[in-house]
Ligand binder design. Structure first.
Ligand code: PEP
Ligand code: MG
Length: 567
């Protein structure tokens, strides 16, 4: 393999061969582009429009924020309406006959430079705000006023991408993704898996790549080869064809019943965050949505009750089966811009802790869910994120009762309770699962956070990502304790963390009697192929060997040995 190969962490299946597209927002530059005098007023109008749009987006955010975060947003709003900035932007458009993007870029950059030169610590936050607003205004113009780029067949290289950006880029045709930052549970990686985009993350120095023609991305082996030889392109094109053929064959397996060789049924569901993912879930024959992440409702800024209802209805209309809706899980790695600075955000004000303080936000979500349930009876379940102590469950239950009373008083038909479950993602809840099982209708094990909190490894920290081991024996022990408690008390149990979407994980989980697994849609196929090939006895022996292991390596070896005996 040539020296300039970029290595990264593999996030799943897939190979892509195509030209590279560098998506470097950090070095975003807007080049001077002249305009004719006739276009001056149109460009000025665009500036006013995007300022208004950004301002109203910030206003919506403000409705749900605490004082600390609201202050930051307020100060950003002041920048947007700053008359000095507007004067300067207009003078670049009018006086220098430059495009609105360039006028914004150069104006903001000159303010930023002035503050940087002052060297004052005091201006640090101000500089961050100016950069942020500059980029968001330019993005708004690009999204609303520029033709969409055709990125068909391109392999995108980025420092990081947000989920919404990734969805847009996917719609524009990208076929591969290389991200410098993040680990396998980063948002980019989860969405890439759901959309079946070959992807590697944690690919150091990928942005420095110099690729002349086509490059090869191997998502399984975890590398990007920037300047392959003709032979290598031929070799990988053959591999790609084989892979596609195999996928087609496996597609037929999807039609098979979901039963192990012993005839025990299992259910494979999809983890979803965006409506765009529903199509993939259906294509992979997901039995429903085992985890509907709802944070996207907030970063798209549609958080009113009606808008939420619309989102839930679209998902329910789009896919059959049960939909497990997780309440807003804000904080930690998700939407943390909404949260005031904390020393340890993953151990801080996140998930249910925040929701119980932000009653308005919680109320809007519960109301929207109950109103939707009235139209789709029996299809919704509510899942609480980041539960760590029993009082949180009790408080939410009381809260839900009061919301239901309000709805009844408004004449809305609430004759049922929506099943209520908790994420088991903090070790304390796994350890007292037998007690918690008496209080809720179901458990959903979140192995992404459970791993982070059990092994004390920040799930997003690249330096220690080799310690982030979802299949560590300690995790298996917590899963076993939780599964036993659920079975003993007769409540439903599923797993929605990444472990469920890995073949090793899925086999071990079935071996512990967990028959409902929720995963990125693109993982359904390989997981199903494996699960239909073994007997229950084989799965439980495998699970036992995981529980007896001392390290993740031993778990891996046990799995490889188990699998090779079978094939
Ligand atoms: C988890 O923690 O395992 C999980 C499914 O939730 P998220 O990755 O959204 O935190
Ligand atoms: Mg989680």
């Amino acid at each position: 393999m040539s020296e300039d190969v970029i290595k990264g962490i593999s996030t799943g299946e897939g190979i892509a061969i195509g030209k590279v597209f560098i998506y470097d927002k950090g070095k975003r530059k807007v080049y001077p582009t002249g305009i004719s005098p006739k276009k001056v007023s149109a460009n000025k109008k665009i500036f006013q429009d995007v300022c208004k749009k950004l301002s109203s987006e910030l206003d919506e955010l403000l409705e749900h924020l605490d004082k600390g975060s609201a202050d930051i947003i307020e100060s950003q709003k002041q920048i947007i309406i700053d008359p000095e900035i507007e004067r300067k932007v207009f003078s670049v458009i009018e006086g220098e006959l430059m495009s609105v993007e360039y006028a914004i870029y150069s104006t903001y950059c000159s303010f930023i430079e002035r503050l940087e030169e002052s060297g004052s610590e005091l201006f640090k936050q101000r500089i961050i705000d100016l950069v942020d607003i500059r980029d968001r205004l330019i993005d708004l113009i690009k999204n609303d006023y520029s033709p969409k780029q055709n990125l068909k067949g391109r392999i995108l290289i980025a420092k990081e991408v947000s989920p919404t950006e990734l969805i847009t880029l996917h719609e524009q045709g990208i076929e591969g993704l290389v991200v410098e930052k993040g680990g396998i549970t980063s948002h980019a990686s989860l969405i890439a898996q759901a959309l079946a985009i070959p992807c590697i993350v944690n690919a150091k120095h990928a942005l420095d790549v110099k690729a002349e023609g086509k490059a090869i991305l191997d998502g399984r082996e975890g590398f990007l080869m920037p300047n392959p030889s003709k032979n290598q392109i031929r070799e990988y094109s053959q591999k790609l064809n084989k892979l596609r053929h195999k996928q087609k064959e496996a597609q037929q397996n999807l039609e098979k019943l979901s039963k192990t060789q012993s005839g025990t049924g299992f259910e494979l569901l999809a983890n979803i965050e965006f409506e765009e993912e529903i199509e993939y879930a259906n294509r992979n024959k997901a039995a429903g949505v085992g985890l509907l992440r709802t944070e996207s409702l907030l970063f798209n800024n549609y958080s009113t009750e009606e808008e939420q209802q619309q989102f839930y209805q679209n998902v329910l209309k789009g896919i059959e089966g049960e939909i497990t809706v997780r309440l807003f899980d804000i904080g930690g790695d998700k939407l943390n811009a909404r949260i005031p600075d904390e020393d340890n955000p993953f151990l801080g004000w996140r998930g249910i802790r925040m929701l119980l303080d932000e009653e308005k936000l919680l109320k809007s979500q519960i109301r929207a869910l109950y109103k939707t349930e009235a139209l789709y009876p029996g299809r919704i379940r509510i899942l609480l994120p980041m539960i760590s102590v029993v009082q949180e469950i009790e408080a939410v239950k009381l809260f839900i009762e009061s919301v239901k009373n309000d709805l009844r008083n408004e004449g809305i038909n609430i004759d049922r309770s929506i099943p209520l479950g908790i994420m088991i993602e903090v070790p304390s809840t796994a350890l007292i699962a037998d007690k918690l099982a008496k209080l809720v209708d179901f458990f959903s094990i979140g192995t992404n956070d459970l791993t982070q909190y059990t092994l004390a490894v920040d799930r997003g920290n690249e330096r220690i990502c080799s310690l982030y081991q979802q299949h560590h024996p300690a995790i298996w022990k917590l899963i076993k304790t939780t599964a036993d408690a659920a079975h003993q008390h007769g409540i439903d149990i599923s797993v929605c963390g990444e472990l469920a979407g890995h073949v090793l994980g899925a086999c071990g989980l079935i071996g512990m009697g967990i028959k409902k697994l929720s995963m990125a849609s693109s993982n359904i196929l390989p997981v199903k192929e494996e699960l239909v090939s073994h007997t229950d006895d084989e799965f439980s022996k495998l699970a036992e060997s995981f529980l007896c292991s001392t390290s993740s390596d031993e778990v891996l070896k046990a799995f490889e040995g188990w699998r090779s005996k079978r094939s």
